[in-house]
Design a protein around this ligand. Sequence first.
Ligand code: ATP
Ligand code: MG
Length: 497
Amino acid sequence: MPPLLEAVGITKAFPGMLALDNVRLDLQPGEIHAVMGENGAGKSTLMKILSGVSMADTGEIRFEGNRVAPTTPREALMLGIAIVHQELSLVPTLTVAENIFPGRLPTNAFGMVRFGQLFRQAGEVLEKLNVAVDPHVLVETLSIANQQLVEITKALSLNCKVLILDEPTSALTDHEADMLLAFLRRLAADGVGILYISHKLKEIFQVADRVTVLRDGKYVGTEVISETTPDQLIRMMVGRELGDMYPPKNQQAGAPLFEVRNLRLPGEEEFNSFQLFEGEVLGFAGLIGSGRSELARAIFGAEPKAEGEIWLFGKPVRINSPKDSIALGIGYLPEDRKAAGLFLEMSIKLNVEAAVIEAVSSGPFVAGNKERDLARHYVNQLNVSTPSIEQEVRRLSGGNQQKTLVGKWLAIQPKILIVDEPTRGIDVGAKKEIHFLLRALAQSGVGVIMISSELPEVLGMSDRILVMHEGAIVAEYNAADATEEKIIRSASSHKGE
Ligand SMILES: Nc1ncnc2c1ncn2[C@@H]1O[C@H](COP(=O)(O)OP(=O)(O)OP(=O)(O)O)[C@@H](O)[C@H]1O
Ligand SMILES: [Mg+2]
């Protein structure tokens, strides 16, 4: 039997960049086939070609043995190939149901949308997939995790034979990811072939049958999961051994740097207080929606506080806007790089400069050599793969966008850096680099607050860990006594327990 889907000799060039160079891939019915590789390796580009979003320069795609060349996503869908993109593509101002059935809304004889039927159908699909989201609500009111689940539901609502998922779990908690993976296994058992992109090795070993590795746009190899190891895959991806993912911790706490006193978020009852010390990495654990990002945004001045004080170097400070924070030397790397972090239409250079401009000048700004050097410095330090720093950020791969965002905040040389899911969508090698970079920053005296939904990362990086639940800090652990189990227990504990 021919493979369900096969790609041979796929080549695709962008200006100044050969994104794919003679790449091949084959997918069997019922198989979960992982695609791995560093940021910018060409994974998303290949998936876009297979799903009709863009066209290869050369090469051949075969579907059930027949040569095909989908030129639009719609054509690919007609064949039975659906894709869930790395960056979410829902319409925020429409309901969940309308997003699940775009262009396929049930209408009555007068062409009017039958909303009753629409919501019922959407509700059925969501329920079948075990997604606890109300089809009536607007997408913009959902967390990123729930938006991701809606996106997947949308792709799965069509009866596709090939499902392509581009980093579907990067915004999900472990628990949500487990549910999704279990779901994918059931789907595969029904004969659907799944192409699964992820940087998370653990997931790949949990769910995939085979894995294909790309490096710098080239095909490196395909392995059967049961016959390979994480180390071998890292070698294939990175071309060398990586060693320890986490730097050694701070042995000694420094002087108090920063303090939050009785901060209450609007609409919440809880008061939160904590201190941050010089040279410390303070981890924030908790479930998605537990209030970590809200607290961080309130501290940074990106969201209002109902009440509370912030102290810096032993003095109260006023923070009413991000501008105030930046002027005080506080940086905040938001969890959603697309919505809050980056100007996608602008160059890497301008993005890296943006926060510095806020920090160094309040008047009209002319970019000079200093700023250009800065951008180049961080692009080099973070290994952003790009032909030049003039490249528009939207043309970068997802992981390289994230690196640009990190660079932007390093560039202000903050005294306090709050990072929210700093390694989301980042490849293993770059992840290690960011860990070491954050630690080096701490060693130079900076206080780092790190929010992460990846428990091994929180444990591996933090000197101290605060756990949030329903808008409140409910537990504190020192690195030495923290365990995954204790954190999970605190994160899901109910008030008063
Ligand atoms: N529209 C575009 N214009 C110019 N260059 C592009 C465009 N899309 C992708 N590229 C470049 O092609 C290369 C491959 O990008 P791709 O998005 O496929 O990487 P990826 O493997 O998905 O990486 P990541 O893990 O970061 O998502 C990158 O160097 C990227 O900058
Ligand atoms: Mg990608």
